[in-house]
Design a protein around this ligand. Structure first.
Ligand SMILES: Cc1ncc(COP(=O)(O)O)c(C=O)c1O
Length: 396
């Protein structure tokens, strides 16, 4: 990316920030949009039609980002709300099943399935991971004519490998099942075309690679699928009022808005929407393909450098599994804040002391590259890991 992109992110100058997989840095134009929204609310109150026009602008931008139509996009507050709205609105019968690989899922794409097991009698078919990779053949083998949904992360939160979404969606289609993607870690980082991938639903929030705030996200549902669903929750913005004022209520049969619009509920997070609007202007202006090339290039440089120092990079040498997340250590061990390997905890402490922002997730040190990072950041990180390897005598 050109250096002007980095200059939009004051936080990128103040530290070495490799933590977009937890939350990204917010750029100046997003902060300015948030301030303008607050100023409007403080001084004028804010006019509802204008606020809702902002919602529709964001919806159109979200849709463009994944090659969907605006009426295939519902606004949500986070990933788990999108996943739950979709999953709980399906016409489950007892004995239907979902196929999932829990070891690679964030807990927010696990709880809901066990909740549906308790509430609706569904079966959860949990398939083990294949050394941090999505077990595509095993997931396909677990599908049968009672499989309603197959769910997967587009990029796992740890160790952060890219999933072959199209392959899973193809297998699901053959089994007559729907594909639901947790895209928390990929939208805004990787070019995404829901039509080319063949997915039926996808959920994301804006605080990671989408340059926005917590509390705003979207749920994509393919139009033909959404039109058949009875939403688990409804409120005025999901109901077709035939042009009447939003406070109108007409008795009789509920008419849902077309497609995914039926999943919109009450008032929106207008502040988060203002942030998302400014963020979408940036992302769409840069072109996500250029962002992806930038992130993959830096991640490749980082993974290769860490391997050269003898560190255990998850997944080994850079390959198609590698997008913007590089993990070090034994994936699957430990939990969120510590690794099982004491050496990895020592390396983590060293990097924290050096001011290098990153996370531990599922037992690995997770470095995640954002659009604001550059080669100097990678080299600073490699200098810090290299110094630790020498001082600790790691691998020697
Ligand atoms: C893959 C994945 N899914 C979901 C979440 C979070 O879900 P929510 O936005 O509902 O808090 C995260 C991280 O925060 C994640 O990495």
């Amino acid at each position: 990316m050109n250096p002007e992109v980095r200059s939009l992110f004051p936080g990128a100058r103040q530290q070495v920030y490799f933590d977009v997989a937890a939350r990204g840095l917010v750029p100046d134009p997003v902060r300015e949009a948030v301030e303008a929204h607050l100023h409007l609310r403080q001084t004028r109150g804010g006019d509802k039609d204008t606020l809702r026009a902002g919602v529709e602008r964001a919806r159109a931008g979200f849709a463009r980002l994944v090659n969907a139509a605006p009426d295939e996009v519902a606004l949500t507050k986070n990933v788990s709300e999108g996943l739950n709205l979709f999953a709980a609105s399906l016409p489950w019968e007892p004995g239907d099943n979902v196929v999932v690989c829990p070891a690679l899922e964030h807990p927010n794409n696990i709880y809901l399935w066990y909740n549906l097991r308790a509430r609706r009698g569904i079966e959860v078919r949990a398939v083990p991971a294949r050394e941090g990779h999505l077990p595509i053949a095993a997931m396909a083998a677990a599908m049968d004519d009672r499989t309603r949904v197959v769910t997967l992360p587009s990029v796992s939160f740890a160790p952060g490998f890219v999933s072959d979404v199209a392959a899973v969606a193809g297998a699901a289609r053959e089994a007559g099942a729907l594909t639901l993607v947790d895209a928390a870690q990929s939208i805004g980082a990787l070019r995404t075309d829901v039509r080319a991938l063949g997915v039926d639903a996808l959920a994301v929030a804006t605080q990671k690679c989408m340059l926005g705030l917590y509390g705003t996200g979207f749920l994509y549902v393919r139009r033909e699928v959404a039109d058949r669903l009875l939403p688990i929750h409804v409120a005025r913005y999901g109901i077709d009022l035939d042009g009447a004022h939003e406070t109108a209520f007409s008795e009789g049969e509920l008419r849902y808005r077309p497609g995914a619009l039926r999943f919109d509920l009450g008032n929106y997070n207008y502040l988060g929407v203002a942030a998302a609007g400014a963020a979408l202007d940036l992302l769409l202006g840069w072109d996500v393909e250029a962002v992806e090339t930038h992130l993959r290039g830096l991640a490749t440089r980082l993974a290769a450098g860490l391997l050269e120092q003898g560190l255990p990079v998850a997944g080994g040498p850079p390959g198609p599994h590698l997008a913007h997340i590089v993990s070090v250590g034994q994936s699957g061990g430990g939990r969120h804040y510590t690794a099982e390997d004491p050496a990895m905890n020592a390396l983590h402490a060293h990097l924290v002391a050096e001011g290098i922002q990153h996370s531990i997730r599922s037992g690995v040190l997770r470095f995640s590259v954002g659009v604001y990072n550059d080669a100097r950041d990678v080299d600073r990180l490699l200098a810090a890991t290299g110094a630790w390897v020498r001082e600790a005598g790691y691998g020697g």
